[in-house]
Design a binder for this molecule. Structure first.
Ligand code: ZN
Length: 192
């Protein structure tokens, strides 16, 4: 899919986008999701959206060349403000804004960059983990040992997708109707 082919250069160029995620694995920077143009990401799920999310942009840090790589499996529906982190050759993606109405996700997905295949570790489900976007995620593990846990931190959520926990804060955002910013933290055990 030559989404951004620069005809004059004959080379793939990354077009404008916002609210995307980037992660570095080895010598490649992977750029996925985000807002690319009006209308494309307004649906919950559609062939057009699937076509967009099934490709990932890769920037080779050694050659300085962008390419668009096809992926297999089912990519996440949350595409804006998705948090991500890496372990070895895997990129983990949490949550994100779907692009329409107040549709946020709390799914956890893994992209194996060796085979560029998506795997859903947790589907979007109830609000026991607040559905949200624009937060962070880090890996926790014993030093020298295999990483065991992903820690999801904070973000922006519609009030309706929130189960307030007393130890965390959910603060309404002025000017953003029905949304809160939170410091909620959730741990995902990879081993179990
Ligand atoms: Zn949706």
């Amino acid at each position: 899919m030559d989404r951004n082919l620069d005809v004059s250069l004959g080379q793939y160029q990354l077009g404008w986008r916002a609210q995307h995620t980037t992660a570095v694995v080895g010598e490649v920077l992977y750029c996925w999701g985000g807002r690319v143009r009006e209308g494309l990401d307004k649906s919950h799920d559609s062939p057009t959206k699937k076509q967009y999310t099934s490709a990932i942009d890769a920037f080779n840090l050694l050659s300085g060349v962008w390419s668009s790589q096809p992926t297999s499996g089912t990519p996440p529906l949350g595409i804006r403000g998705v948090s991500c982190t890496t372990i070895n050759n895997n990129i983990y993606y949490f949550g994100g804004y779907c692009g329409h109405d107040s549709c946020y996700h709390n799914s956890l997905n893994c992209l194996n960059t060796l085979i560029l295949h998506w795997k859903e570790l947790q589907p979007t489900s109830d609000n026991s983990v607040t559905k949200r976007a624009f937060g962070g995620m880090i890996v926790m593990g014993s030093e020298g040992g295999e990483p065991q846990q992903l820690l999801v931190i904070g973000g922006l959520a519609p009030k309706s997708a929130t189960t307030p926990y007393h130890q965390f804060e959910y603060i309404e955002i002025p000017g953003v109707d029905g949304h809160v910013r939170t410091n909620e933290q959730n741990i995902y055990n990879l081993s179990s």
